[in-house]
Design a protein around this ligand. Sequence first.
Ligand code: B12
Length: 204
Amino acid sequence: MINLKCPIEKLLKNLDIALIYIGQLFESREIYYPQVLQAALAVKNALNVVDEEYPTFSRQGQNGCILLGVVKGDIHDIGKNIVKMFLEFNGYTVIDLGVDISPEEFVEAISHHSPDIIGVSAFINTVIPSFKNTVLALRKAGFNKPVLAGGIAVNSLTVKKLKQELDSEVPEAVGDIIYAHNVQEVLKAVDEILYRKKTFEMIV
Ligand code: B12
């Protein structure tokens, strides 16, 4: 039972609950993409009102910055866009590089945006080399923060193999590579990573 005194906090909490529920219905295939989009737009409109009328309650950008991109050779973006929407609703700033992004473009974007996390995704098997080259290039360029890997062509085995390749090719690289299967796993991983970062900053 939610017992928050402030009506705006109550509204935001209920929007969170609604979005989690929408995500669950989508995962269990009880609703489809158009319904997710409709629900997402309704929540977005509600959040816009909060941002404009009650800026002190705005969550925009207060939680950290995530850079997202789909690797070179791949133009699927529906899944990425859903991930982006859910991250934004949860107060994260998302820099969306779009689709068909080369390793060089990912690397260039690090210096412009200094993200806390980079989400790299691939949806067709033929672009797995592109996916691996992207993560390798990011590590070689010194990006030592977490990389979130996703999209239906990627799985935990792909990530395990990639980690082994990184160990031999860029042994000095630190920073985890985390596979996230769906929006819920993305949010869980991002929350954990950025919560750890905040706690660390408070300690030092
Ligand atoms: C829609 C679609 C298209 C659309 C894309 C439109 C668009 N704007 O995205 C169009 C028609 C353009 C298309 C083209 C092609 N497609 Co297509 N496409 C699909 C389809 C039907 C649905 C994909 C989708 O949007 N799913 C819904 C979203 C919500 O799910 P999702 O993408 O998996 O996202 C979830 C997770 O993966 C995760 N996630 C998503 N993004 C991210 C990002 C991060 C960082 C993280 C951590 C997690 C994460 O969270 C999301 C939500 O839970 C799939 C079939 C399928 N069953 O998936 C085929 C499919 C992906 N396509 C396929 C193919 C082969 C192609 C083409 C090569 C066909 C062709 N011969 O031209 C071209 C590719 C062109 C290219 N160079 O990219 C194959 C891939 C097979 C394979 N394993 O290699 C599939 C699987 C169909 C099949 N069974 O053959 N496609």
